[in-house]
Design a protein around this ligand. Structure first.
Ligand SMILES: [Zn+2]
Ligand SMILES: [Zn+2]
Length: 90
């Protein structure tokens, strides 16, 4: 059976439609956002490197480095635009 996870709160739904149409307490858009990564045995916070046995467990633990105060495990680039400064040619 397929499992679809919210990348913000770790909620699990059995269809993408059900997931993205449910409200999310953690998401900036107020709706769950599909976590598009593969299921892993361990998840790592992209801000502080904390590890969790489950996506849900990780994203529901507080993080000192994250802007949302919770660990986050994003697998894709979305709202956060990481601007890379142009490399200077010497
Ligand atoms: Zn959610
Ligand atoms: Zn963290």
């Amino acid at each position: 059976m397929a499992h679809y996870y919210c990348e913000w709160c770790g909620a699990v739904h059995q269809s993408v439609q059900s997931l993205v149409n449910s409200s999310c307490p953690r998401s900036p858009s107020k709706k769950h956002t599909l976590y598009e990564g593969s299921e892993k045995s361990q998840y790592t916070c992209k801000y502080c490197g904390a590890k969790g046995q489950s996506l849900r467990g990780l994203v529901n633990s507080t993080c000192t480095k994250s802007p949302t105060k919770y660990h986050q495990r994003h697998c894709r680039k979305m709202a956060v635009q990481e601007t890379v400064p142009p490399t200077k040619t010497a």
